[in-house]
Design a protein around this ligand. Structure first.
Ligand code: SF4
Length: 369
């Protein structure tokens, strides 16, 4: 059995009863259900016994919520170090669960949890996720959409990327229009939305104040994106990067994950298109395979101090193509500032998504005008 790292040094012991891959899904659904119950009760106001998807007064050993640790407080966040648990998960679901327990950025931990307690008035009766928001979409995605960071009252509330805010409304409507999503709305983690061949992620997994992570926070979070790219490597063929921040964060992550990035680094532009070639896989000796030793490339991406057994590092799938390149597409971010002003129109977004889907080997519908 695996476990989700406790979100706080003061957390009660983590429950071991669930596999972490199942756990994150259960936890998200629990938050969504609690939010609905809160709405039905009409409790109103900021309830400090809630937050981060955990009802602190509830039983601690009974279900997935208990595994998540205590409700976050609005107090100062403890100073923590680099990301941990990077190489424990052998698949994306496991990685997502580890991300959800990360506390590596003190400022962002404090902010996401403060927002989860104080809440926006319109969502005052809902239980906020209040944690890092992992990527969303199938583990064998061939197209990746890279944003910036979760919104304080969107992903940080619902626990799913681009869910519950205006930016997500625009993004998922466009994905649905081109046939890459089961529905055009994304309101909660249990709303039934499915993505077809597409995964949505961000280079920073915690909601930042004013939607502006610092360069240090971006760099601290990068190992999660690098690992996500490594795990997607067997199937990934294209990526749409939303905005200049995501572009600047994604290029070094792709480079660390084994793709070649042109020098000088290509600059961001809407409609930019860059091919990232695939570097040959580092050779792994029999001794490495026996002991689980990481290669220098692998080790360089692990800035954490995790003590996970290195034998958990997944073998390269036989289906992986060492020569597969990734086509990178630049697109203005789906922020309200861009969509309200018409800098990014639904048609522009659909065109980029459609081109990227074709490049990824998916079969998008013709974008509607
Ligand atoms: S932004 Fe990333 S590295 Fe920082 S606390 Fe959140 S998940 Fe961890």
């Amino acid at each position: 059995m695996s476990e989700i790292p406790s979100p706080s040094p003061d957390a009660p012991p983590v429950v071991h009863a669930h596999d972490e891959r199942v756990l994150l899904s259960e936890l998200r659904n629990t938050v969504a259900a609690m939010s609905r119950r809160g709405g039905e009760r009409g409790t109103g106001g900021a309830d400090r016994s809630y937050g981060g998807g955990v009802e602190s007064s509830g039983p601690k050993e009974a279900g997935p919520a208990a595994c998540a640790g205590p409700a976050p407080s609005a107090g100062p966040a403890p100073s923590t170090g680099p990301v941990q648990g990077l190489y424990g998960p052998a698949d994306l679901a496991g990685l997502d669960a580890r991300i959800a327990g990360c506390r590596a950025c003190p400022r962002l931990v404090a902010w996401r949890e403060e927002v989860a307690v104080t809440k926006r008035a319109a969502f005052a009766d809902q239980t906020y996720w209040g944690r890092p928001v992992p990527g969303f979409g199938p583990a064998d995605a061939s197209l990746l959409v890279v944003g910036l960071a979760p919104a304080a009252h969107g992903g940080n509330r619902t626990g799913r990327m681009f869910t519950g805010d205006r930016s997500g409304d625009v993004l998922y409507a466009a994905l649905h229009d081109v046939g890459l999503a089961s529905q055009g709305t994304s309101v909660s983690a249990d709303d039934g939305l499915e993505l077809y061949g597409v995964r949505v992620t961000s280079p920073v997994h915690c909601a930042p104040p004013a939607n502006k992570p610092t360069p240090q926070e971006r760099d601290t979070c990068r190992p999660w994106l690098v690992r996500e790219l490594e795990l997607l490597r067997p199937t990934l063929r294209a990526a749409v990067v939303l905005g200049a921040f995501g572009w600047q964060a994604a290029l070094p992550a792709f480079a660390e994950a084994g793709w070649t990035v042109p020098r000088p680094r290509p600059t961001f532009a809407h409609g930019a298109r860059v091919t990232l070639g695939r570097r040959p896989e580092p050779e792994r000796t029999d001794a490495d395979a026996d002991t689980g030793t990481r290669t220098s490339t692998e080790a360089s991406t692990n800035t954490g101090t995790d003590s996970d057994p290195v034998s958990a590092y997944p073998p390269e799938p036989a289906s992986a193509s060492a020569s597969a390149s990734v086509e990178l597409f630049g697109c203005f971010h789906v922020s309200q500032r861009n969509t309200f002003t018409g800098r990014l129109t639904p048609e522009m977004l659909r065109e980029v998504l459609s081109a990227a889907a074709e490049s990824a080997g998916l079969t998008p519908r013709s974008p509607r005008g």
